[in-house]
Design a protein around this ligand. Structure first.
Ligand SMILES: [Fe+2]
Ligand SMILES: [Fe+2]
Length: 274
């Protein structure tokens, strides 16, 4: 497969995994300040968003599989492989860490010891199908990570306890790696083919305001519980980052910052208020 060596190089970045302490956070949560405890609780639904990334990778593979041009579809297998081998694993870790800590803070009970298989099935297989082709699902994976990095950076700044700051920092670093990997994968496709370039341009215009976790039915709850981390400066930075990445991929962004902002606001209003 074309790109196999490159994808193995991207996957190697994750070889030195950070220690998740066997998902044992009872002591940590018991000793948190009121400020940190509230933050951990607010991240509960974000844990579901993390686990729904597995659903998105499954959907992405489905969009690639059903894509009418087999010739174009074959170029997506690098992204499918990265998704199945790296994203599924790391987002699973993020999801379980956040859910475990949130549940301990809320109820004193372990999430991991009590989660049932129907919930895991729901997260992975009962997600909303919001992408019409593999260009949209792949572009959304990049766009989502741009937001995720800034979300965790903002959470980290508001935390007090150094140990929990460290956990959030590690999640942020993982998201940073994912962002860079998706960027490299898309950039290679855009540089290699005019058809890919056009299709990614259209995909960006269609879905630049969608967050990948919107495939989860818990997205609305998650988005409202972390609203306080999206201060005006964080939201502005996310927009700037999207614009910067599109300029790097396409030479210039397919749409202006003004237009992006306008469509983003309309979408958020529809998704969260309506
Ligand atoms: Fe994540
Ligand atoms: Fe990620």
């Amino acid at each position: 497969m074309v790109g196999t060596r490159k994808i193995l190089k991207l996957l190697k970045i994750g070889d030195h995994k950070w220690d998740v302490n066997n998902y044992e956070y009872v002591d940590l949560i018991q000793n948190l300040s009121a400020n940190d405890r509230e933050i951990v609780k607010a991240l509960d639904n974000i844990g579901e968003g993390e686990l729904s990334a597995i659903g998105l990778i499954r959907q992405h593979e489905a969009r690639v599989h059903e894509f009418e041009s087999r010739d174009l579809a074959k170029d997506f297998y690098e992204s499918v492989m990265y998704g199945f081998c790296m994203i599924n694993y790391e987002e699973m870790r993020h999801g379980f860490i956040l859910k475990e800590m949130a549940m301990l803070a809320k109820t004193g009970e372990s999430f991991i010891d009590n989660v049932d298989s129907s919930f895991m099935h729901e997260l992975m297989f009962e997600t909303n199908e919001i992408y019409s082709n593999p260009y949209e699902s792949l572009m959304s994976l990049l766009i989502g990570e741009i937001t995720n990095v800034e979300l965790y950076a903002s959470v980290e700044r508001q935390l007090e306890d150094v140990r929990i700051k460290q956990i959030v920092n590690q999640i942020k670093l993982d998201e940073q790696k994912h962002k860079d990997a998706w960027y490299k994968i898309i950039k290679r496709m855009v540089d290699a083919s005019e058809v890919h370039r056009e299709n990614f341009t259209t995909a960006f215009k269609n879905i630049h305001y969608v967050h990948q976790a919107e495939i989860s039915r818990y997205f609305k709850d998650g988005a409202s519980s972390v609203e306080k981390f999206f201060t005006p400066s964080v939201s502005t930075f996310v927009l700037e980052e999207k614009f910067k990445f599109m300029s790097k991929i396409f030479g210039e962004s397919p749409i202006s910052k003004q237009q992006m902002l306008k469509e983003q606001i309309t979408h958020v209003h529809k998704a969260l208020v309506a």
